[in-house]
Ligand binder design. Structure first.
Ligand SMILES: *Cc1c(COP(=O)(O)O)cnc(C)c1O
Length: 363
């Protein structure tokens, strides 16, 4: 392969070309330091300015209020499944989980090891192809927090708006639609996201937490699992994922300067998704979307074909045609096209052409 292909991978996922090129330019000699960012001390002036700039740009992008801390941690979104209850779920209290897919199930499974985590709603009965209606969500007003997954990467189901939870802190796994649209951070107690879907390479996990919640951590928590300690040390209690943070910083700058902010990227994301869902809906039922129409993800488009055999054939032929990473997750089957921020519209158009051609030949 001598050219870049269209990469529909769910994560780690496609990054903007300009970000890769800038990293390439700076690989051997970062701004005259005579070394790459991978090789320098995290206590150096150069790295200090990298992490500060990344945080400042993320704050600008998401309009993060001053009473929130931003942290760049490790362990992926999966470690947050445990750190959230460890820090925020005191003994004698419960936490509510709204389950709309496998990642939410993963989160509650971990939380149950630390405290009274309960299902406030689940759409498992329809294989997570929809969001719960508000009357299906049974919230405990005394809960320590409510957890939800804003975009379920595997099933392709996305919340357009946050569930309303009153005064209970809202905790969100935003891994797969982080910085894909504007949000009101002040509605949240804690937001977390593994970087490798929309924000950068694997290795960094971004946590945005309202400061008052830092006080909830029980005494005696391990230093590396204690938000208060990590926040106090500005994500540098130990060596942070330096290179991943550096690349995330480029992605934030790309969104601010090249794209023009989150309103703009949201519009582009809606455009791309419309083209793809449009192709599904106009295929006379040959392609069937997994998610119900009112909760279709702008990031992960899940669909089925008339048979598993055809699905396998599709994936094989698409891969050969330079459309990579389309095989669906085993819990849904079929295909999944992940079209995150950095995925180009031309790739979506190319897939739609391929879909039409495939249907013609295999209809
Ligand atoms: C990918 C993903 C995860 C898991 O992330 P890791 O960083 O691999 O732990 C969790 N939640 C959602 C919504 C995801 O998309």
């Amino acid at each position: 392969m001598t050219e870049r292909i269209f990469n529909f991978s769910a994560g780690p996922a496609v990054l903007p070309i300009s970000v890769l090129e800038q990293a390439q330019r700076e690989m051997l000699n970062y701004k005259g330091a005579g070394m790459s960012v991978m090789e320098m001390s995290h206590r150096s002036k150069a790295f200090e300015s990298i992490i500060q700039m990344a945080e400042a740009d993320l704050r600008q992008l998401l309009n993060i209020p001053d009473n929130y801390k931003v942290m760049f941690l490790q362990g992926g979104a999966s470690l947050q499944f445990a750190m959230i209850p460890m820090n925020l779920l005191p003994k004698g209290k419960g936490a509510d989980y709204i389950l709309t897919g496998s990642w939410g199930q993963g989160a509650i499974k971990e939380a149950k090891k630390f405290g009274a985590a309960r299902e406030a709603a689940t759409t498992a009965d329809t294989n997570f192809n929809r969001l719960p209606k508000s009357e299906e969500v049974k919230l405990d007003p005394g809960a320590a927090y409510v957890h939800f997954t804003s975009n379920e990467t595997i099933f392709g189901v996305e919340f357009e708006e946050e569930p309303s939870v009153g005064d209970v802190p809202l905790v969100c796994d935003m891994s797969s639609n982080f910085i894909s649209k504007p949000i009101d951070v002040s509605k949240y107690g804690l937001i977390y996201a593994g970087a490798q879907k929309n924000a950068g390479p694997a290795g960094a996990t971004i946590v945005i937490i309202r400061e008052d919640l830092l006080e909830r951590a029980p005494e005696g928590l391990s230093a590396m699992l204690d938000y208060k300690n990590l926040a106090k040390n500005g994500s540098m209690y130990n060596t942070p994922p330096c290179f991943a943070i550096y690349i995330c910083g480029f992605v934030f700058k790309w969104l601010l300067d090249d794209v023009g902010g989150l309103e703009k990227i949201h519009a582009l994301n809606k455009e791309k998704a419309k083209v793809l869902y449009g192709a599904i809906d106009s295929s006379d039922g040959y392609y069937r979307g997994h998610a119900e129409k009112d909760c279709r993800s702008l990031m992960n488009v899940t669909l089925r074909l008339p048979s598993e055999e055809l699905e396998n054939k599709f994936v094989k032929e698409a891969t050969a045609a330079g459309l990579d990473g389309l095989k669906g997750h085993r819990s849904v089957g079929g295909l999944r096209a992940s079209i995150y921020n950095a995925f180009p519209k031309a790739g979506v158009e190319s897939l739609v052409e391929f879909m039409k051609e495939f249907q013609k030949n295999n209809g």
